[in-house]
Design a protein around this ligand. Structure first.
Ligand code: GLU
Length: 303
């Protein structure tokens, strides 16, 4: 399969799931993606990823947008909501079905658990490795979900921070879900469709999504879409050493002191803390970011 070159000029995005307000960890991804766009003199978009209606918290989207504005992270276009884009995901699934890349699956979670000895994975957007039960047909059962075939999905790519990566998607994840049994489109399909539709050339996000990238590149190849450049930022760890997340009770950032919140995020990214005005701090960090990340042969430094 051919993959096209990434879109030019530069267009980046921040794509929060509205499951709660921004916290210190999600602000790192927001700031890094904003700085990368500004350093490239590109555009920066905000996309509210509310495709998973069960996890969406009413009002969290507005809160996140207000927090970004309070931190001086202004987007170059009005925000978009995935919940308004379902026809695009449906059309992409139809194309995958027509190309025999996708197939219906009748398995429940229990069926998959019974057919596998693997532990339940704990990574972000992880799923149980699918053993391929319905690849050859539904065996008289009713379809619940749609999955993407992953035979031959041995994907290699280079992350701008983590360097060369590879994953055998079939061995690591198996045929993954595109449309869930509850009729929600899966994150993997929605993110890939939106990144292409919005012309995203550079994805900058947290390292907890590093291992989702191979799945997304495989899907981009099946849909014959451009493959963006990827940069995965360091994670903020909580007192227990675990990644800070809404699920483990991370506090909302305090927007009455935006520079304090931004300084925390900036130091996680290896940028020096600033005093003074938010706009000045953002300008200094943009210059530092351009110096650190935009040289062609940047050496990755262990932190
Ligand atoms: N909305 C996704 C999440 O919070 C992030 C999507 C992305 O940046 O690719 O897990």
């Amino acid at each position: 399969m051919q993959s096209a070159e990434p879109f030019l000029p530069y267009r980046g995005r921040f794509a929060p799931s509205p499951t709660g307000p921004l916290h210190a960890g999600s602000l790192v991804a927001a700031l890094a993606s904003w700085l990368d766009a500004r350093a490239h003199r590109g555009q920066w978009l905000v996309r509210i990823e509310d495709v998973d209606s069960q996890r969406t918290v009413p009002g969290a989207d507005r809160l996140i947008l207000a927090q970004l504005a309070a931190c001086g992270l202004h987007a170059d276009a009005p925000p978009t909501w995935q919940s308004a884009r379902t026809p695009l995901y449906r059309a992409a699934l139809d194309r995958l079905v027509a190309g025999a890349f996708a197939y219906p699956c009748a398995c429940s979670r229990k069926d998959i658990e019974n057919a596998t000895t693997a532990d339940v994975p704990r990574q972000r957007h992880a799923e149980l490795r699918y053993p391929g039960t319905c690849r050859t047909g539904l065996h008289g059962k009713a379809a619940r979900a749609w999955r993407l075939r992953t035979q031959g999905a041995h994907t290699g790519w280079s992350d701008r921070v983590a360097g060369p990566q590879e994953q055998d998607v079939e061995a690591a994840v198996g045929d993954f879900v595109l449309l869930r049994a509850d009729d929600c489109f899966a994150y993997q399909l929605a993110v890939v469709v939106d990144d292409a539709d919005q012309g995203i050339s550079h994805v900058v996000r947290g390292a907890d999504l590093l291992d989702n990238t191979a799945r997304q590149i495989w899907l981009q190849q099946c849909l014959q879409q451009p493959i963006p450049h990827y940069l995965h930022t360091p994670l903020v760890l909580g007192a227990n050493g675990e990644k800070l997340s809404k699920q483990n009770g991370a506090q909302a950032i305090d927007t009455s002191e935006p520079l304090h919140a931004l300084n925390q995020a900036a130091t996680t990214l290896g940028l020096p803390a600033q005093s003074g005005k938010v706009e000045q701090a953002l300008a200094i960090w943009t210059a530092a970011w351009a110096y650190a990340w935009m040289r062609p042969q940047r050496q990755v430094q262990a932190t």
